[in-house]
Write a protein that binds this ligand. Structure first.
Ligand SMILES: Cc1cc2nc3c(=O)[nH]c(=O)nc-3n(C[C@H](O)[C@H](O)[C@H](O)COP(=O)(O)OP(=O)(O)OC[C@H]3O[C@@H](n4cnc5c(N)ncnc54)[C@H](O)[C@@H]3O)c2cc1C
Ligand code: SF4
Length: 509
């Protein structure tokens, strides 16, 4: 359909058009396998949803996107039936659109400020981004970007999550030689070892990696920087002119209660990594074992807990969530919680685990919880769980703790020139992402302690721009890296007060 064929619509007509819901696979069949749950918009649905955009003169949605995508610009092209043009607009600022269209918390970012959303459902910006990106992939329309002539400068990227991949893209297209060092045998970071395949199919990440390889980025796997080679080795012996640290926040927090060290008790990170990266779900074809039984107890109610529960369900377990607050306080995004609820999970709200009871071989067999109630809201508005002195015990044969993560400590602990705050988060100059060590920059979860794919990408873009300046000798000012150990980065504010209130918490408890 062309623009000329479209009726001219007033803003009122557009606002009143019904929101196009993303079609999902039915819960009964989707829990039987790891295939993607949302099916994606048809061209007709995408064009109808795009018609709801008012093309605001001052579009707050752009400001609320951490990488500043020209949102009304690409939506207009979808409305005009030109997804192949729409994706070009998205790619000007976002190198991972198929992943972001699927996993970004748009309800807390661009969609939180969409003016249509004041009274109606906001424009489905994420679903439209996904539509344009899928169109490009399925029609093999991916265009190579312009790559500037070689500069003779060499940059090491440590970690291949969204931060490392984005920095690699930005720097290789500026003509620098880029080598990515990754501790695991596969690139993608949490996108391949955390976020489940039924939310983000691995082929999508693999295609993005291949795209980077075509642009000239080299990947070195099974290489832990800080153990096998130090930052000084990279800068002084291996001839790198700058380093970007994108090592993420993969150090799990665990409950310290009796039975925490029992067999069958995992962190969410270990559980998901075994299943997705090490393919434990295909044991014994793959050699990674996973003691995953029939009754899975998951502690926490954040987004990661939802991923663990839905994964356990697909492995055939009866899954129960234990959370010490009520459903109202659950930190998971409402969509993630809704999808988990559709998938036959059992919920034990206001239940605080106090012990994992073990059998004679130290295998977990039961979970003991204290029933909680909620206090009045405190100064932050959050209600605290309060003991009731009443307990209950339930059977389980696997426990997964999903209580948030801290920054991977290897790099700062092996190079004292890299300053961290008291929580081990790498501190950087807010304007350039430079660390306290000359020539070393950082971004992503390593500098926030845990956030989102798109925030990690936004910081990596900032860091890459500064590295480019540094390599050209244009970054002459000394880095202003905070010295206060209580400092924590606030490099991007959530899109609205409502979003701020609902903001993603790294502490899923
Ligand atoms: C289960 C789960 C679900 C999530 N779901 C979402 C979601 O739906 N939407 C969203 O926006 N965000 C989500 N997040 C958060 C998001 O994935 C992270 O914020 C994002 O991946 C951070 O990117 P990063 O590049 O900083 O780090 P990571 O993705 O963690 O990548 C870091 C990489 O560095 C490597 N590495 C670490 N140390 C070294 C070393 N010393 N040497 C070499 N390599 C090293 C690691 O192996 C890893 O590959 C989720 C997180 C988890 C755990
Ligand atoms: S705020 Fe909403 S209506 Fe306005 S340009 Fe952005 S997506 Fe369109």
């Amino acid at each position: 359909m062309t623009t000329e064929e479209r009726p001219k619509l007033s803003n009122k007509d557009r606002i009143l058009m019904p929101h196009q819901e993303m079609p999902l696979r039915p819960a009964e069949s989707r829990v039987l396998n790891f295939e993607e749950v949302p099916i994606g918009y048809s061209a007709e649905q995408a064009e109808k949803e795009a018609m709801r955009c008012l093309q605001c003169k001052k579009p707050h949605c752009i400001e609320a996107c951490p990488v500043g995508i020209n949102i009304p610009g690409f939506i207009k092209l979808i409305e005009q039936g030109k997804p192949e043009e729409a994706i070009k607009v998205i790619r000007q600022t976002n190198f991972l659109p198929a992943a972001c269209g699927r996993v970004c918390p748009q309800d807390k970012q661009c969609q939180a400020v969409c003016v249509v959303g004041r009274k109606h459902h906001p424009v489905g910006i994420g679903n439209l981004e996904r539509y344009a990106a899928d169109y490009e992939r399925l029609h093999r329309k991916m265009e190579m970007p312009e790559v500037l002539p070689p500069t003779g400068k060499k940059v090491a990227i440590i970690g291949s999550g969204p931060a490392g991949l984005t920095a690699a893209y930005e720097l290789v297209t500026k003509g620098h030689e880029v080598i990515v060092f990754e501790a695991f045998h596969r690139a993608g970071g949490v996108m391949v070892y955390g976020i489940p395949r039924f939310r983000l199919p691995i082929q999508i990440v693999d295609e993005d990696i291949k795209f980077l390889e075509k642009l000239g980025v080299k990947f070195v796997y099974n290489m832990i920087i800080g153990k096998v080679m130090s930052l000084d080795d990279l800068l002084e012996k291996e001839g790198f002119d700058a380093v970007f640290v994108g090592t993420g926040a993969g150090l799990p927090r665990m409950l310290d209660i009796p039975g925490s060290n029992a067999n069958g008790v995992y962190s969410a990170n270990e559980y998901l990594t075994r299943i997705y990266l090490m393919e434990a779900k295909k044991f014994p074809t793959y050699t990674t074992p996973l003691y995953s039984g029939k009754k899975l107890a998951v502690i926490g109610a954040g987004n990661t807990a939802m991923d663990v529960m839905r994964t356990g369900k697909r492995l055939g377990a009866d899954v129960t969530c234990y959370y010490r607050r009520s459903r109202e306080e659950a930190p998971a995004r409402s969509e993630e919680l809704k999808h988990a609820e559709q998938e036959f999970i059992n919920w034990r709200w206001l239940s605080n685990p106090v012990e994992f009871i073990v059998d004679e071989n130290n295998f977990v067999k039961q979970i003991r919880c204290e029933k909680m109630e909620l206090s009045e809201p405190d100064e932050t508005g959050r209600r605290k769980p309060v003991s009731t002195g009443q307990y209950f015990v339930e059977d389980c044969d696997t426990v997964v703790m999903s209580l948030g993560c801290s920054v991977n400590p290897i790099i700062p602990s092996t190079d004292k020139m890299v300053r961290t705050n008291k929580w081990g988060v790498i501190m950087v100059d807010d304007a350039t992402c430079q660390t306290s060590k000359k020539g070393v920059f950082a971004g992503g979860d390593a500098i926030t302690g845990g956030s989102t794919v798109i925030l990690a990408m936004g910081q990596a873009k900032k860091a890459a721009a500064a590295i480019d300046q540094y390599l050209k000798g244009q970054l002459t000012e000394e880095a202003k890296v905070p010295t206060d150990p209580n400092y924590s980065v606030q490099s991007w504010k959530p899109a609205s007060r409502k979003a701020e209130k609902e903001g993603q918490s790294v502490d899923a408890r």
